[in-house]
Design a protein around this ligand. Structure first.
Ligand code: GDP
Ligand code: MG
Length: 322
């Protein structure tokens, strides 16, 4: 069973928005799988299995996962003497579901106390251009719709334009913002924002961060410092650190994920720009590699283009039903 409200999502147009955003990935994966065999019920040969493995690797789900799936299919073939494409699809979906669900279950179990800290402090990290600031605007909008107050923190002070950009999102979503002039110390801006969030009784404090400082080591140290300050000012903070990755960068995104996973307390990944890419399978590689759940997916540039990630409809959208 899905941990999110799958049926409710499905009824509310969630599924059609998801399908639309994942059209590129589906066309790539499901369409190619269909080409392997004439009909869903025709038998798959050894040779066709190689084609399936190639298709899975091409879909960016990862070489190890692809070969594990092929081994499972071979096992089933030995047990039943033959296998159909529809059965292969079921095996693929089952394996991918296991990968996508396991860290999500861990997170769910880890926060089962039901207590919601106030303010809930969220840090958004990732390299330049992946969509951090845009995603903060979208997250703020989502939390506000659920009746929460949101304060944005303009801690990407490395580029002057970054402060202006988040300011625009704050105005657009009607959120308060704490900012200083470009070049200010990011941790100092966060410190002010934490104080403001506490005194105003804000529900969510969302902090933007720089995607690049003078070097990588510098950036990681700055993020660590921000985490320490957050923890000193608000118990348990940051409660979430979301790593934003751009789906269109494929394996490159995976390399970024490895580097950022050194930041302690990474609690989720947000994969952006799934609209208009055929590389949606990268989600599976990310989750497997980091053992961190995907929490949201970005499906466009507009405020409402952020969806909660739910493994089952995601897989249903990229692999046709058996
Ligand atoms: P940052 O440098 O990480 O803060 O990235 P920005 O938020 O400035 O976004 C960089 C670009 O990506 C902007 O042009 C955004 O409109 C665009 N973008 C962000 N998220 C998405 C998404 O989900 N889909 C698409 N198509 N574009 C996005
Ligand atoms: Mg930004």
């Amino acid at each position: 069973m899905s941990i999110f409200n799958y049926n409710q999502n499905k009824n509310s147009g969630y599924f059609s928005r998801l399908s639309e955003a994942l059209k590129g990935t589906k066309e790539d994966l499901a369409w190619k799988l269909k080409q392997v065999s004439g009909t869903a019920e025709s038998r798959i040969s050894e040779e066709q299995l190689e084609d399936i493995e190639e298709i899975l690797i091409g879909a960016d789900i990862g070489v190890t996962t692809a070969s594990e799936i092929i081994d499972l299919i071979k096992e089933e073939t030995r047990a039943r003497r033959f296998i159909t494409l529809s059965h292969c699809r079921r095996i693929i979906r089952q394996k991918l579901l296991e990968i996508l669900v396991s860290p999500a279950e861990e997170i769910k179990n880890g926060t089962s106390s039901g207590e919601v800290p106030i303010p809930r402090v969220i840090m958004v990290v990732g390299v330049n251009g992946v969509g951090k600031t845009t995603t903060i605007g979208k997250l703020a909008s989502l939390y506000k719709k659920k009746g929460n107050s949101v304060l944005m923190c303009a801690s990407d002070t490395f580029r002057a334009a970054a402060v202006e950009q988040i300011d625009i999102w704050a105005k657009r979503t009607g959120c308060d913002i704490v900012k200083q002039a470009g070049g200010a110390d990011p941790a100092a801006v966060l410190f002010d924002a934490l104080a403001a969030a506490k005194s105003r009784g804000i529900d969510y404090l969302i902090a933007d961060t720089a995607g690049r400082l003078h070097n990588k080591e510098n950036l990681m140290q700055e993020l660590d410092k921000m985490c320490r300050i957050a923890g000193r000012e608000v118990s348990g903070a940051p409660h979430d650190i979301f790593l934003v990755l751009d789906a269109t960068t494929g394996q490159n995104g995976l390399q970024q994920a490895r580097e950022f996973s050194r930041v302690t307390g990474l609690s989720g990944v947000i994969v952006t720009k799934l609209d208009g890419t055929a590389k949606g399978g990268i989600i599976v590689s990310i989750v497997k590699e980091l053992n961190v759940p995907v929490r949201y997916i970005g499906v466009g540039e507009k405020l409402e283009d952020l969806l909660e990630f739910d493994p089952e409809p995601f897989l249903e959208s990229i692999i046709e039903a058996g």
